[in-house]
Ligand binder design. Structure first.
Ligand code: UD1
Length: 423
């Protein structure tokens, strides 16, 4: 299994281009199932989760043509309406095919995701939302079996649905389903994440009628058919945030291109509070982070967008581990998202956990060690720690990183890091 070997102690300097967002691409790839003509996408990053989604769609009969970061998807001849356990267990986001399959074909069979490293992560709200649109849903043999065949014209029926937790993929699944439903759907307490907005924009180009994406009430007037369109995936704000923290921690100066500062307010605020200099150009979509490497500890509390993203919590934990002072890091989205703490401790971090809060006491120096990646963002925090640790850090099980960071070693190496992959 591949490992990442990092020699710590080199500051990062130069330019880096942020890739298309994984979490925007995954629902948009699944949205291709809704269209009768081909959907053409650009800025689709070369990531394991993207490969998995394309494989899943191809298994259903979607014709996929991929050329570097361009992907075309033709769902004019879909013959299978199933996402198997084998697929869903490797990537929970496979649940995003449920809404599109049901809305367009009136039937879907999707495995329940099961457990996951960062908590139980149920999909009950996806299911209840579809039921509120009239779908008949049964859980059998570990699969969600959904049908609209009993409904008028076999179509989902528009509904008003309040989600009692903010769920990103839940909002996306229901928005896609409602696009082809009969009548009006109103999703209340919807997720406001930029990736939801990007999906809504793509669906509208495909002929959907969606308003309010980016607010907590999304209104969808169903249409009978959707067609293909051309869409460029928005930049990955979490990848951007990770390189920003890397620049701040290593005491360098990094200019990020294709980086939307308006999607990163909470992260930029916290980096400035820590003492890094952050310059933003909204016109050019660039963010420059400069630091002398001496940072102050900053408290973090994760919450749905536009608050501080849970997907940046682990990276800020690594930053706090070498900052001056004590920081409280509170995770409110996922119940078990401190898997990185034990690994950071192996590098010499001083962190204690009490429930959903971690108390991080900054130390002057981390020391390289062998550590293990446990999930995607936890792995990113280990890379960041490795960049500033004394000596060599070996990160095992880096397939997690390949799920979400495009060309990681290449990008870091270009910025001056000493990183290599070995197996
Ligand atoms: C998405 C992102 C993930 C990010 C997360 C939170 C994708 C592919 N993944 O995950 O990177 O960390 O948002 O920003 O976009 N919940 C329920 N019932 C449901 C659905 C969710 O109880 O039916 C709970 C979850 O257990 C969790 C919370 O709601 O505690 C938020 O989860 P959710 O927003 O759904 O996360 P994902 O969409 O899976």
């Amino acid at each position: 299994m591949d490992k990442l070997i990092i020699q710590g102690g080199f500051s990062l300097n130069g330019d880096v281009t942020v890739s298309g967002a994984k979490n925007a691409a995954l629902p948009i790839l699944c949205a291709s199932l809704l269209a009768e003509t081909p959907l053409h996408l650009t800025a689709v990053a070369a990531l394991k989760d993207i490969d998995t989604t394309l494989k899943l769609l191809a298994m259903m009969g979607v014709k996929v043509v991929r050329d570097a970061e361009k992907v075309s998807l033709d769902a004019s001849d879909v013959q299978s309406f199933e996402a198997t356990y084998e697929m869903v267990k490797t990537m929970r986001a496979s649940i995003l095919v449920l809404g599109p399959l049901l809305a367009r074909f009136g039937t879907a069979r999707v495995s329940l995701p099961g457990g996951c490293a960062i908590g139980s992560r149920p999909v009950d709200l996806h299911i209840k939302g579809l039921q509120s649109m009239g779908a008949a849903i049964h859980i059998k043999h570990g699969y969600i079996q959904a049908s609209t065949l009993h409904l008028p014209n076999r179509r989902l029926q528009g509904a008003r649905y309040y989600m009692d937790m903010v769920t990103v993929t839940g909002t996306e699944n229901l928005m896609m389903a409602a696009s082809l439903a009969e009548g009006k759907t109103v999703l209340e307490n919807a997720a406001k994440e930029p990736e939801v907005v990007d999906l809504a924009e793509c669906l509208n180009k495909m002929g959907a009628n969606i308003t309010g994406a980016g607010t907590d009430v999304i209104t969808i007037i169903g249409v009978e058919k959707l067609r293909g369109a051309t869409h460029n995936i928005i930049c990955d704000r979490i990848e951007a945030g990770t390189y920003m923290v890397a620049a701040a921690m290593t005491g360098g100066e990094v200019k990020l291109h294709n980086a939307r500062a308006d999607l990163l307010d909470a992260v930029i605020e916290k980096l400035r509070e820590a003492g890094a200099e952050v310059k933003v150009s909204l016109a050019e979509n660039t963010i420059t982070v400069k630091s002398n490497g001496k940072l102050k500890a900053v408290n973090i509390r994760t919450a749905p967008h536009p608050a501080f993203p849970t997907d940046m919590q682990a990276q800020f934990m690594a930053m706090n581990a070498v900052a001056d002072g004590v920081a409280k890091v509170t995770e409110t989205i996922f119940e078990n998202r401190f898997m990185h703490v034990q690994e950071l401790q192996r590098l010499g971090a001083d962190i204690s956990i009490d429930g959903n809060t971690a108390l991080v006491k900054g130390v002057t120096q981390l020391d390289g060690a062998i550590v293990m990646a446990t999930d995607l963002r936890a792995s990113a925090s280990l890379v960041l720690a490795g960049l500033v640790a004394r000596g060599e850090t070996v990160i095992e099980r880096i397939y997690h990183l390949d799920r979400g960071y495009e060309f990681l070693e290449e990008k870091l190496t270009k910025l001056g890091a000493k990183v290599r992959r070995s197996n």
